[in-house]
Structures are given as C-alpha cells and as structure tokens.
Design a protein around this ligand. Structure first.
Ligand SMILES: Nc1ncnc2c1ncn2[C@@H]1O[C@H](COP(=O)(O)OP(=O)(O)OP(=O)(O)O)[C@@H](O)[C@H]1O
Ligand SMILES: [Mg+2]
Length: 269
C-alpha cells in the first residue's frame, strides 16, 4: 500500500510544486512513486511531463463520477516515476454538485486504483482551500506543508491547522512544516525559525531548503535540483529533507504530538 502525501499550504508560491517534483524524483531512485497534479495551473506536469499523452486527473475523476471502469495508465517518466497529469478543466470540478457532496470519496476511490502499484503517491495541491483541496487532504494519509520564513506567521500556521481540522480526516498525519527559500544568514529568517520551533516544536521540520536560482532552472528543465546541479546547496538541502521525511515514514506510526485536536488545544495556550 502506498503512502499518500498531499503537499499543501494556502499561501501561493511557497514551493508546493517544487517540493513535489524534488521529493518525487529523489524517492523514485529507491521506490516506486506516483505524482498526481491536482492543480489546474498544471505547473508540475508542464515541468516534468510536458508532452504527456496519458489521461489527466480530470479524466480519471470523471470516470469515477460516472462509475466507469478505471484502467490506471499514468505517464511513465522513468520505470519508477509516474505522473497523472493536471488539467485546466479541474477548475470546473469545484462547481460540480456530485463532487461538492462526494469529492473526498471520489479521490479516495481513485487512489484505491493506484495504491498497490506504488510506495509513494505524492499529490500537488492548488492553493485555494476549496472543495478540491479538502477532498485531497481528506483522502490523504499524510500532509507536508512548505512555508517561507519571510512571510511565515504563527497565525498562518494556526489558521492552517484549523483548516485541516475542518477536513475531519482523523487519521491525517502531519509530516510537518518545512521552510523553503530559506536564508540562514538573515537575522529575521533565523529568528522566525527559532520562534516557530519554540511554538510548534517538532511540527517544524529540522531541515530547510535554501533559495537558489538553480531550483527554478531545474523546474524549467523538468529535473530535480539534485540531478540538474548536484553540488548546489539547495540540492543538498532537498536530500537532507528527503531523508528526514523517509525516517518519519520508517517510524511507521502516527506522531501523537501531531494529532490535530490536541495540537489545536495546545496552540490556544
Ligand atoms: N528553494 C528555492 N529557491 C529558489 N526558487 C524557488 C525555490 N523553491 C521554489 N522556487 C521558485 O519559486 C516559485 C514558486 O514555487 P512553486 O511553483 O513550487 O510554488 P507553489 O507553492 O507550488 O506555487 P502555486 O501556489 O502557484 O502552486 C517558482 O518559480 C519556483 O521555481
Ligand atoms: Mg504549485
């Protein structure tokens, strides 16, 4: 059974798609990985599967909706890295009455068709916290939250946790918040990191990813930063983040500190 991970923050441009691409490519060196692009912007698919010919996420969800048979046929980037491409038509799904009522069940049902084939299913989410995002998070076992220290706020994380609680997925495991585009030399950034660790403890991941122009270049080239520029500091950072997350999966159990109702209670204090 695959580990399902949604990558989400309600702030835009924090590196959700970049994280999905880099973790996906990194983990596909040792595991079988499926990336699903749920964002109608299709940034993930445009980066690593620009010429895809396989069915899109919208086409799969339509089949689920009409109870049609599903034959999973994702795009093969490598034998171990597959992608379900995004689709601009995903903007319509938010106003589909059937999806509004049963979105979570539909995403779960679709995931069932992919579970057995993969070790990890990584889902790139759009930014707005609507029916689609709720359905994706509702159907996920894990969530990873990229954030930027510059615009990181305690209130922002609290709001996000309140949102997550509203999804009512009681088996959701919060892998943690990690800081992307991090500049350790800036006093403000370092201060924000310390403040965040004081307040949220191990919810804040140890590893951060530094800002590098090469990350954007790698995205444009459809590669991970580790393949595109292995000596780059951000490449090293992503590798450490990847290891930190894999260690969490190896521990196999939900971290009791991250159970949402308790977390929300602690944040009130
Ligand atoms: N560590 C980094 N260093 C430099 N640039 C980065 C880094 N991480 C991401 N970027 C760049 O920042 C921009 C936003 O990243 P990305 O698209 O991954 O964010 P997102 O949260 O998915 O955005 P959206 O909300 O639009 O979906 C992109 O141009 C990306 O190349
Ligand atoms: Mg994105």
């Amino acid at each position: 059974m695959a580990n399902t991970i949604s990558i989400y923050n309600f702030k835009g441009g924090v590196g959700k798609t970049t994280t999905a691409i880099n973790l996906g490519i990194s983990w596909a060196k040792s595991f079988k990985v499926l990336l699903i692009d749920f964002d109608p912007q299709c940034n993930l698919s445009n980066s690593i599967a620009p010429d895809h010919e396989s069915p899109t996420i919208y086409e799969y969800l339509k089949k689920v909706m009409h109870d049609h048979e599903i034959n999973p046929r994702p795009e093969e980037i490598t034998p171990y890295l597959h992608v379900v491409p995004g689709d601009l038509q995903m903007t319509q799904i938010e106003s589909n009455n059937q999806f509004i009522s049963f979105g979570r069940e539909m995403v779960s049902k679709l995931l069932m068709h992919f579970h057995r084939e993969y070790d990890f299913v990584i889902m790139d989410c759009p930014t707005n916290f609507g029916v689609l995002v709720k359905s994706i998070i509702g159907a996920s076992r894990n969530i990873l939250i990229p954030a930027i220290a510059d615009n990181f706020s305690m209130t922002g994380v609290k709001t996000l946790m309140t949102y997550l609680a509203a999804v009512e997925n009681h088996s959701l495991n919060i892998l943690g918040v990690y800081f992307n585009m991090f500049n350790n030399n800036m006093n403000l950034t370092a201060k924000k990191f310390e403040e965040a660790k004081d307040l949220f403890g191990s919810l804040i991941l140890e590893n951060t990813v530094s800002r590098s122009i090469k990350v954007g270049e790698a995205n444009d080239a459809g590669e991970s930063i580790a393949d595109y520029s292995p000596d780059n500091h951000a490449a090293q950072d992503f590798m450490k983040l990847s290891d930190e997350l894999l260690a969490k999966f190896n521990s196999q159990s939900l971290n009791p500190e991250f159970i949402l109702p308790d977390l929300l209670e602690r944040m009130k204090g």
